[in-house]
Design a binder for this molecule. Structure first.
Ligand SMILES: [Zn+2]
Length: 65
C-alpha cells in the first residue's frame, strides 16, 4: 500500500540526421531529387530541391516504368 510504481516510458528520440548529400540523387527522367531510405525502404522524392552537385541517377520510379 502506498507503493506506487510509475512506469516512465523512455522518450523515443528519433535519430535525426542531416540530409547526407551522397544519398541524394537527381533523376534526369523526372527531374526530382530523390533518396532511398534504407530504414523504411522507401523512396523520397523532392520536387523543389537544389540539385546542384548531386549525382544523376534514374530514380526507382522511372527505372521501373
Ligand atoms: Zn525519376
Amino acid at each position: 500500500m502506498g507503493e506506487s510504481s510509475i512506469t516512465i516510458p523512455n522518450p523515443v528520440i528519433p535519430d535525426i540526421r542531416k540530409h547526407e548529400k551522397e544519398k541524394l540523387k537527381k533523376c534526369p527522367e523526372c527531374g526530382f531529387v530523390w533518396e532511398f531510405n534504407y530504414q523504411k525502404k522507401t523512396i523520397h522524392r523532392y520536387a523543389d530541391f537544389p540539385s546542384y552537385g548531386l549525382k544523376k541517377e534514374i530514380c526507382k520510379k522511372c527505372s521501373m516504368a
